[in-house]
Design a protein around this ligand. Structure first.
Ligand code: ACO
Length: 433
């Protein structure tokens, strides 16, 4: 069967069935409205496919996550973050000369206008780093203007070279901005580093180097950061990626689209969960480790408290990234000789929830962010920066989706609605109301 029949007002209409490479199946409703005058209603897009994509495959029932066909487990174990970025964006793992070229091109663009430092300096110290990063990413547009887009020079006509140059700029500048946001919070000087020493190595150096000290690279830190960035690099049509695609669909620039993606990621139901998890675990610790009390709160429908780091829109058995991160959290704490009671609280809370009918019946399991904050904390990254680290990892995914949408000439994103407001009303002057 490659079509589905729907009956409406005693008439039967055919709609085509679409099938993906892993046999996921959907109904193509593009003709539904013109045939039947009906639209579909799906708040939160819980069951709506917004595009065809060949970047990431995710099977939530079986806990499978693959980037361009490669399992997340093998990439996290073997690959470098920049290789994974190349894979996501350009479709295949890079050859040595391709990776070298990308690295050199990134280094050539590893410069930010000094005036941007003034913008950074004008933010209050208390400003949340995600707000600063989103603003600075947007501000990059002013310092990297594109040629004016006219009808004959629309994005649809822009070449692969134009896309490549824009992509490389972003891959070079975002890590610098991230390190600047971090360093400014600590009152440290801002600098650029050298990506030819390794993309992740340069990120850790830019973030952690102290003034007047020779920086000694710590492989445990680099490996942990590499793994975390890879695990966060893409997750198909999540809230922030859908935001990037929908903003980009209006032909807004890559920088503008990614800035919007950063804002979408900020919320605690999405990327902001990593900060919220640590705050929750610290609150439990300061409350004499009373896990049971927080379990009761999480299950109480009149209490807005949720177990942060639990549950996922798509994963309904386990989040494969959480499994990898849990092991990595143990390793990092052990390697760095840190004994963090928060890890024990996290493990007990997880055990308690996995034995609880409320959580099992709703298929709520730890997600990627349940353990990631424990690693960031061990790496001495302040909790307000956790979501920024997530954003740094997600940049290649956002770029890959923006590029795919652009090359596919996808139409502007514009959902419909069912209007439930007032019927027509006559305007009355204020004196007559
Ligand atoms: N704690 C307690 N109850 C929960 C939780 C939770 N963390 N998550 C879901 N539930 C309950 C809901 O109350 C609801 O119960 P009901 O059916 O009795 O009304 C049911 O489980 C389904 O929850 P929904 O909110 O409808 O599920 P949805 O798919 O819309 O939300 C989400 C998924 C946002 C991730 C949700 O599980 C949540 O809020 N988790 C906590 C925040 C979090 O960890 N976010 C990070 C997600 S991963 C990422 O973005 C990188």
């Amino acid at each position: 069967m490659n079509k589905i029949e729907i009956k409406h007002n005693n008439e039967v209409f055919d709609l085509p069935i679409v099938k993906g490479t892993e046999n996921e199946t959907g109904i193509n409703i593009q003709q539904l409205r013109s045939k039947t005058n009906l639209i579909t209603l799906d708040p939160g897009f819980k069951n709506t496919g917004s595009c065809k994509s060949s970047i990431t495959f995710l099977d939530g029932e079986n806990g499978i996550l693959r980037y361009r066909g490669y399992s997340i487990e093998s990439l996290a174990k073997n690959a470098s973050f920049l290789e994974v970025a190349y894979l996501l964006i350009f479709g295949d793992l890079p050859l040595k000369n391709e990776l070298d070229k990308l690295t050199n091109d990134i280094q050539d663009n590893a410069i930010i206008d000094e005036d941007l430092k003034k913008i950074l300096d004008s933010f209050p110290r208390s400003a949340h780093p995600m707000g600063i990063l989103s603003s600075l990413t947007s501000a990059l547009i002013a310092f990297n203007p594109e040629k004016k887009i006219s009808l004959s020079n629309s994005y649809k006509n822009k070449s692969e070279i134009f896309l490549y140059n824009t992509i490389v700029k972003l891959l070079a500048k975002i890590p610098i901005l991230v390190s600047w946001v971090h360093r400014r919070r600590k009152g440290l000087s801002l600098d650029y580093g050298d990506f030819r020493n390794g993309y992740v190595e340069n990120i850790t150096r830019m973030m952690f180097q102290l003034p007047n000290q020779t920086y000694v690279q710590n492989n445990v830190v680099v490996n942990a950061m590499n793994k975390l960035l890879i695990l966060h690099a893409d997750h198909e049509q999540n809230c922030s990626t859908s935001t990037v695609r929908i903003v980009g669909s209006s032909e807004a620039s890559l920088f503008a689209s990614v800035s919007a993606g950063i804002s979408a990621l900020w919320g605690r139901l999405h990327g902001g969960a990593n900060q919220a998890v640590i705050e929750m675990l610290e609150a439990i610790k300061n409350d004499n480790g009373d896990i049971k009390k927080y379990m009761i709160k999480a299950k109480d429908k009149s209490d807005p408290f949720r177990l942060m780091g639990f549950g996922h829109r798509v994963y309904k058995n386990f989040d494969p990234r959480a499994k990898i991160i849990k092991i990595a959290a143990h390793e990092v704490l052990k390697d760095l000789g840190i004994n963090d009671p928060i890890l024990e609280i996290a493990k007990s809370l997880e055990k308690e929830a996995l034995d609880d009918e409320y959580f099992t019946s709703r298929k709520l399991y730890p997600n990627v962010d349940f353990y990631s904050g424990i690693i960031y904390k061990a790496l001495n990254i302040p909790k307000e920066m956790f979501t920024v680290m997530f954003a740094l990892g997600r940049v290649p995914g956002w770029i890959a989706h923006w590029r795919e949408m652009r090359l596919n000439n996808d139409p502007i994103g514009r959902p419909r609605q069912i209007y439930i407001g007032e019927e027509f009303r006559e305007y009355k002057k204020i004196s007559e109301r």
